[in-house]
Ligand binder design. Structure first.
Ligand SMILES: [Zn+2]
Ligand SMILES: [Zn+2]
Length: 316
């Protein structure tokens, strides 16, 4: 007969290593709370855009004009996410005028990823708590959670103002966040006027789907797949594939190592289109004080030189 106290039994069970190498107690830390479940009603527009992109493209085809629009709408808008929302608003890796700051915010708002304060505030939290239980989109909670689940639940729907006070003081940025739902309509109507139905469904809806998943890959795949160069306390990795699709954000281990840098491809062979454009803009005076890591920082904390503490396996 087993006389063990149920609490003791639970403690023993929770501290048994699982097949993943983590104990059940550790696993509980990463379990999702009720407000971290996907809200099926508020997520309808997200899934509807996917359906419209596929069905509309099949129905109306891809005209040459819509194809050009698609390329511009994916990678033109991607730049505003990488250079604007990410490297400027989240990390302040360079300086600019208030006018160009507004231009970056408006371009980002066209990407259907909410406003700059929401985006950058949550991203700062990701760096603050990378791959701990407080990380809002660690792949340790599941690959799909890190890719898009965290966006579709109620918990992360509000702007974390306490994380982004430095930019929340600008009324024009607060307005963009407040009215962020208006900007996609401008994009959609504009694409229809330029290239008709094919322009709307392929040029706008399909480009938005590709743009979304491009961005999401940095949160999911760039923490699972690729090589690590620097010792960081997280699972970030470098990937040429993601660097190509996201204009340079694939050098995610570099980025987690030195977040303040305006340049994520640390070496000449690491493709970073976002950085090239920023450099050109600095030549004409639109941006300035671009931060880059020193030669000493680049050479320090290499995995080849330091024995990194073993990272927990990531559940894909
Ligand atoms: Zn970042
Ligand atoms: Zn990351």
């Amino acid at each position: 007969m087993d006389h063990q106290n149920p609490v003791q039994v639970a403690e023993i069970r929770d501290n048994q290593p699982l097949s993943s190498g983590r104990t059940a107690a550790e696993r509980h830390r990463f379990e999702r709370s009720p407000d971290e479940r996907i809200n099926r009603v508020s997520s309808i527009p997200f899934f509807l855009v996917h359906v419209l992109a596929v069905v509309g493209t099949i129905a109306f085809g891809i005209t040459p004009r819509a194809l050009v629009l698609f390329v511009v709408m994916v990678w033109g808008r991607e730049w505003f996410i990488t250079a604007g929302y990410h490297r400027y608003f989240a990390h302040r890796s360079y300086k600019t005028s208030r006018g160009f700051q507004l231009f970056l915010a408006l371009g980002g708002a066209m990407c259907v990823q909410k406003g700059p304060l929401w985006w950058a505030g949550h991203h700062r939290d990701h760096h603050r708590y990378s791959d701990t239980e407080l990380d809002i989109h660690s792949p340790k909670r599941g690959f799909l959670w890190s890719h898009m689940g965290w966006i579709l639940c109620d918990k992360n729907s509000e702007i974390p103002f306490d994380r982004i006070k430095d930019f929340a003081k600008y009324p024009e940025l607060r307005m963009i966040d407040k009215w962020n739902g208006v900007f996609p309509w401008i994009g959609g109507i504009g694409c229809y006027l330029i290239a008709g139905w094919s322009g709307l469904f392929f040029g706008f809806f399909m480009s938005t789907v590709v743009l979304w998943h491009n961005t999401f890959l940095v949160n999911s795949l760039a923490h699972v797949w690729g090589r690590r160069r620097y010792v960081t306390g997280d699972t970030s990795r470098n990937s040429l594939f993601i660097a190509i699709t996201t204009l340079g954000e694939g050098w995610h281990n570099n980025h987690h190592y030195y977040q303040a840098s305006a340049r994520n491809g640390f070496f000449w062979w690491e493709l970073d289109v976002t950085w090239y454009v920023l450099k050109v803009l600095s030549w004409v005076g639109l941006v300035h004080d671009l931060k880059v890591p020193s030669a000493q920082i680049l050479a320090s904390n290499r995995l080849a030189d330091v024995i990194e503490p073993e990272l927990e396996p990531v559940e894909a």
